[in-house]
Design a protein around this ligand. Structure first.
Ligand code: GLN
Length: 206
């Protein structure tokens, strides 16, 4: 299995370390030809406006879209989730627009308002997953094909999946709990992991 981590900006190194530990052949992606032969691609956290700018500059947008439409799995964490969203209102240029979610950037406030929470993720069962939110967006709306994987106590969606695409607004690469990375590897392997879906679509207040 070969997994790429978009390495234009942000915390890609942490993802590379975990994927390597889990046994995946992992490469850093900076140019379109780096996408060749990948089973999955992680778009990491960082600054979505900067990553969007670099995606345009290195002409990566369309090649990534094509590969995902051909079945390559993709996972966006935090800024990466913003870049995957069909709707990301205040992003100053077009992102990948692949997933049927609408996100609101910096939805929980500024850097000092970053927080952590243990959330039950139905797909994993067992112990709560420790989620680290750093100037995180929220998923404020999701289309009917989107499965909600995790939400905060007030119903805010913080992790979701649509076919071969995964989005989380927190940072699984900053914990020792690798269950999200394992889920993504299973998706990249083409295993459709059955998930107990809480609901498929949700309209939250804007
Ligand atoms: N606030 C950042 C943005 O809007 C995302 C922060 C992160 O990835 N931790 O791009």
């Amino acid at each position: 299995m070969k997994i790429g981590v978009l390495a234009l900006q942000g915390d890609f190194a942490e993802h590379v370390a975990i994927l390597t530990e889990l046994g995946a052949d992992t490469i850093e992606v900076r140019l379109p030809h780096d996408l060749d032969g990948l089973d999955g691609l992680i778009v990491p956290g960082g600054e979505s406006t900067t990553i969007a700018r670099l995606l345009h500059r290195w002409e990566l947008l369309e090649p990534i879209r094509e590969r995902v439409r051909d079945g390559m799995a993709v996972w966006g964490t935090c800024a990466g989730a913003i870049l995957l969203a069909n709707e990301a209102g205040d992003l100053d240029r077009e992102g990948l627009r692949l997933m049927d979610i609408a996100v609101e950037r910096n939805a929980f406030g500024r850097q000092v308002d970053s927080f952590e929470a243990g959330l039950l993720v139905d797909a994993f069962g067992g112990a709560p997953y420790h989620c680290i939110f750093i100037r995180a967006p929220r998923i404020r709306d999701a289309g009917p094909a989107v499965e909600v994987l995790a939400e905060l106590a007030d119903g805010t969606i913080v992790a979701a999946r649509q076919d071969n695409m995964l989005a989380s607004v927190f940072h699984p690469e900053l914990t020792d709990d690798h269950r999200f990375h394992q889920l993504f590897l299973d998706m990249a392997a083409g295993d459709v992991v059955p998930i107990e879906i809480k609901r498929t679509a949700r309209l939250a207040s804007p």
